[in-house]
Design a protein around this ligand. Structure first.
Ligand SMILES: [Zn+2]
Length: 296
């Protein structure tokens, strides 16, 4: 069984029926949907091919000036007016991503989709109200937060984290830089809270994966070919352990063609690590099922 723990529902990029067809074509049994937080993103493939390897290497594996430069770029992609800059193109960031779209998709296809509820403590909607409106629905499996693009310190997630810890629901968090990327705050404050850091814990992947190796309730996902390459995934498994890493795509971004999504890039990357079968099974599905309390 293969479960994608990290996919953004954007039916303009990939309609729902095309998404299910894409899942069938690539052997993906279930996808955990995240509400979209931006209009469709189509990167210039040539620019991405040149720039992203430097970005990933600088952020994940170099030290010194290149690491500092790439960390500064990561931080400075988020603009004060609430937009983000991706390789020179500006995108709006929705202050409150549309949870209802994910709830509707999960309701329509409970056998194929699970859903994350998106909260933004710096946005117009109260996180607890969003959580309580959504988490009662069958198939909603946890809370997603994006202190990076929503540009707020991680500590603002305190009330949402307290709710999740109390109700034993996981949080999926895409960290920013500086206080927006304080990856120790929540594990220290809420040791029983299950935390899944997106994209191998970017931008501090080595330290975040090491923490995941130490703390029972800290996990990382291996999603996004723009953030996580083969070496980063292999290092993540080495540092965090196969029991702490989850397969994900970050679709529909980067691998969309004719309104279908190609899951094979991140899947092949994970398979290439060469894990023994039981460990591969953990990464591809078992860890997700245990994290979300769905393991039989
Ligand atoms: Zn994402």
């Amino acid at each position: 069984m293969i479960i994608d723990c990290h996919y953004h529902l954007d039916t303009e990029m990939v309609p729902l029926d095309a998404l299910i067809q894409s899942m069938d074509r690539h052997g993906i049994n279930r996808v955990a949907l995240i509400p979209r937080l931006n209009p469709p993103i189509y990167m210039n493939p040539l620019l991405a091919k040149i720039a992203l390897p430097v970005f990933r290497h600088g952020l994940h594996r170099s030290s010194g000036w290149l690491h500092r430069a790439m960390t500064a770029m990561y931080r400075n992609n988020v603009k004060a007016d609430g937009t983000v800059d991706l390789l020179g193109k500006r995108y709006e960031v929705f202050a409150q991503p549309p949870n209802q779209e994910v709830k509707d998709a999960v309701k329509a296809h409970p056998d194929r989709f699970s859903g994350w509820v998106f909260v933004n403590p710096a946005g117009p909607a109260d996180p607890i109200a969003e959580i309580e409106r959504s988490m009662g629905q069958a198939g909603m499996i946890g809370v997603k937060a994006h202190p990076y693009w929503h540009n707020y310190p991680v500590r603002l997630l305190e009330t949402a984290a307290a709710w999740c810890e109390q109700h034993d629901q996981p949080m999926l968090i895409h960290l920013g830089a500086g206080e927006n990327g304080d990856f120790k705050f929540l594990p220290d404050q809420f040791p029983r809270l299950k935390i899944l850091y997106a994209h191998a814990g970017i931008p501090e992947s080595a330290a975040v994966c090491a923490l995941a190796g130490e703390r029972k309730n800290v996990f990382v996902d291996l999603s996004s070919s723009s953030y996580v390459d083969f070496q980063t995934a292999r290092d993540a498994v080495k540092r965090a352990g196969a029991g702490k890493c989850l397969f994900g795509s970050d679709g529909p971004y980067f691998h969309v063609q004719d309104q279908t999504f190609d899951f094979s890039c991140q899947r092949k990357m994970v398979e290439k690590i060469g894990l023994p079968d039981p460990d591969l099974k953990r990464v591809l599905s078992q860890n997700f099922l245990e994290l979300c309390g769905l393991a039989g």
